[in-house]
Design a protein around this ligand. Structure first.
Ligand code: SAM
Ligand code: SF4
Length: 323
């Protein structure tokens, strides 16, 4: 099992499949993706990477990006992870744009868990935050996914002061009759969003009090829950979760490792630089060396980020590696 110098255990990997994105979320890529798109890992490289991580005890892999559904070989990747490598839980974080067409195909390929970003329930507001008119089709896709029996469905919403914060009660209603978990994510400061952050950052902890007053109760967090804090209510099918990276002790429950779309191991979301693994992904015969490299690098994982001191490493936008 992978354990770091602070006794944190890691069974969960987030793998970015591309830096590209087709949305223009105002907090992430307000001008759309403008990069020169470095060559993303190929399926064979992903199989070698995932096989090494599996042998090191990783049980869950989340595919993220950029927008992972922009990869034309996504179905092949999901299938390979699930059926060839034998990863127990394959999850996808997506902006939802391909779900109306491909949800069933993703599930047939072996997708277990789905995270869909939905920053507003109102068509016009969604368009003004994400730069695209997709709100209604994403809501429909969430409802279809519920009936398809995924292991877990989460709806991610970045809470933004004076933009979507007044929709908090509407999101609660959305969770009333749906077996989903709505995850409110606190806006994180990155290299590219300084002014935006000043205007729209809001500590999500403010809403925890609202929930407690409304009869919601904090759920017991299991060893696999990671840094999210989750609440339940007897009259609601859905759960509400908060991800508050600025809260005290957030990093002490860190349970995830990250690999960029070009095969760089990122030890902390807001760390400086990656450990490149790509040269060891070309041949399965390099598996032993690859595992050694990952285990050694993990010893350098810092105890926590330093966002409070405005240190955000080389994180210019979360689209570069996935949230
Ligand atoms: N494109 C996919 C999506 O939007 O779901 C996956 C990648 S996106 C970077 C992953 C998550 O990070 C999304 O839920 C997004 O809302 C969140 N995110 C992006 N930038 C953020 C920021 N500055 N602060 C907090 N969350 C952010
Ligand atoms: Fe794209 Fe996701 Fe960033 Fe929005 S949050 S711009 S969908 S990568």
């Amino acid at each position: 099992m992978l354990v770091d110098s602070f006794s944190r255990k890691f069974k969960y990997l987030r793998l970015s499949l591309t830096e590209k994105c087709n949305f223009k979320c105002s907090y992430c890529l307000p001008n759309g993706y403008k990069g020169c798109s470095p060559k993303s890992l190929e399926v064979d490289e992903i199989i070698n990477l995932a096989s090494a991580f599996k042998e090191l005890g990783i049980e869950k892999i989340r595919l993220t990006g950029g927008e992972p559904t922009l990869r034309h070989d996504l179905v092949k990747i999901i299938y390979a992870l699930k059926s060839e490598v034998g990863i127990s839980q394959v999850a996808l974080t997506t902006n939802g744009f391909r779900l109306d067409r491909d949800l069933e195909v993703f599930q047939s390929a072996g997708l277990d868990c789905l995270n869909v970003s939905l920053d507003s329930l109102i068509k016009e507001k969604f368009q003004s935050i994400c730069g695209i008119d997709k709100c209604e089709s994403i809501k429909q896709a969430v409802d279809r996914a519920i009936h398809m029996g995924f292991k877990s469905i989460k709806v991610n919403c970045v809470l933004l002061k004076d933009l979507n914060d007044i929709e908090f009660p509407e999101f609660l209603k959305f969770a009333q009759s749906r077996q989903i978990s709505i995850r409110f994510i606190e806006l994180m400061r990155t290299g590219d969003n300084q002014e935006y952050f000043k205007k729209h950052h809001l500590p999500v902890s403010t809403f925890e009090q609202t929930l407690l007053r409304g009869g919601w109760e904090a759920q017991q967090s299991g060893p696999a829950s990671g840094p999210a804090k989750e609440f339940g209510h007897p009259e609601f099918l859905g759960k509400i979760g908060f991800i508050s990276p600025y809260s005290k002790d957030f990093c002490s429950t860190c349970n995830r490792l990250r690999v960029s779309s070009t095969g760089g191991l990122r030890l902390c979301l807001f760390g400086q630089g990656d450990v490149s693994l790509r040269h060891l992904l070309q041949n399965s015969s390099d598996r032993f060396e690859l595992k050694e490299m990952i285990a050694c690098a993990l010893k350098l994982k810092p105890e926590g980020h330093r966002l409070h001191q405005n240190v955000y490493g080389n994180m210019h936008s979360l689209s570069a590696i996935g949230g």
